[in-house]
Ligand binder design. Structure first.
Ligand code: TXA
Ligand code: MG
Length: 309
């Protein structure tokens, strides 16, 4: 961890596991290092990045005017799969925020991520900017092998990929805009609207793919495998198929995953879609889970995946 932190301080990139998906990290106060994230991902550079910190005590480094309800959320759900969008401090440069006057911050809940962030802090670092460790528009990686598959051709020899096994949550963090009077969900995730309302005592608003804010995760097509994704159809022979375990596989159909509940569905979704590409399948049918909680996040990602690359 100490040597990985040193790489970050030196301006190299370190991909690391979090509980949601793998991130591609750079020193968030080093503009040249952050610029490399954009080139390695092939991502437009006006898209903002999330700054990862060790604890809510560090929020004040990156954000200013943090409202009460954001503090309540941080206290309840950090470390955890939640990103808060706050008014930025001076430390949060345009190169991290995509030129916006807000910054996204998150404390991840993963031993490797936290150990890396702590070592980085000990070495004098303040925060690690990290988008999901995939090429722009592709599926987020949930294993170290998937990171390598996505980015090996673009990383340089001083960059690192840390292997912490498969991610437990499997879909990206809930992003909550905390710059208004009420919390506003910009991207659904494991922290649901109901959970946010319970903790804050406020109504949580949600945006549905509006383009006014630059959340690349809310582009209409994103999170897409090379295979064409179809939702809620009867799969035909030769097509891949992902559905809850109580749904049968028709003859000739290639079953890619049979999760037994919504949590497991989220956890295996991206690796199952990757598996479709590995097997060279042209089409995958996914039966979306119904209901609230993390099923909302699963449907959100699937609808975008179905819109293709
Ligand atoms: O679970 C996660 O959030 C993962 C792990 C690695 O932490 N990270 C992640 O980062 O998904 P990324 O960059 O792939 O997606 C972050 C999303 C982007 O769509 C970005 O536009 C949005 O967060 N975002 C970041 N800062 C923002 C801000 N200040 N205002 C609005 N959206 C912001
Ligand atoms: Mg992403």
């Amino acid at each position: 961890m100490a040597s990985a932190a040193k790489r970050l301080i030196a301006g190299d990139l370190v991909a690391f596991p979090t509980e949601t998906v793998y991130g591609l990290g750079a020193d968030a106060s080093n503009s040249a290092a952050v610029a490399r994230i954009y080139s390695v991902k092939g991502r437009p550079n006006d898209h903002p990045l999330i700054v990862h910190i060790t604890s809510m005590e560090r929020m004040g480094d990156w954000a200013s005017d943090v409202p009460e309800y954001a503090i309540a959320l941080a206290r309840k759900f950090w470390p955890g799969p939640m990103t808060l969008v706050l008014k930025r401090s001076e430390l949060a440069g345009d190169f991290v925020t995509g030129g916006q006057d807000t910054v996204g911050v998150r404390v991840p809940d993963h031993v490797v991520a936290l150990a890396l962030l702590e070592a980085f802090e000990k070495a004098g670092g303040k925060g690690v900017a990290a988008p999901s460790a995939n090429r722009f528009g592709h599926i987020s990686p949930t294993t170290a092998a998937a990171v390598v598959e996505e980015l090996a051709d673009y990383l340089s020899k001083d960059d690192l990929v840390l292997d912490g096994g498969a991610c437990a949550v499997g879909v990206e963090s809930t992003i909550i805009d905390c710059t208004g009077l009420l919390p506003r969900v910009l991207r659904p995730g494991a922290i649901s609207t109901v959970m946010i309302e319970e903790v804050t005592g406020l109504n949580a608003l949600s945006v549905d793919g509006v383009d006014e804010i630059r959340v690349s995760g809310s582009l209409k097509n994103h999170y897409a495998p090379a295979a064409k994704v179809y939702l809620n159809k009867t799969p035909q022979s030769g097509q891949g198929f992902i559905a809850l375990s109580n749904i049968q596989t028709p003859p000739g159909v290639i079953r890619l995953a049979s999760p037994s509940d919504d949590e497991e569905f989220a956890q295996i979704l991206y690796s199952a879609l990757r598996e479709a590409d590995t097997q060279g399948l042209l089409e995958v049918v996914v039966v979306q889970p119904a209901g609230l909680g993390i099923a909302v996040a699963i449907r959100d990602r699937l609808v975008r995946a179905a819109n293709g690359r």
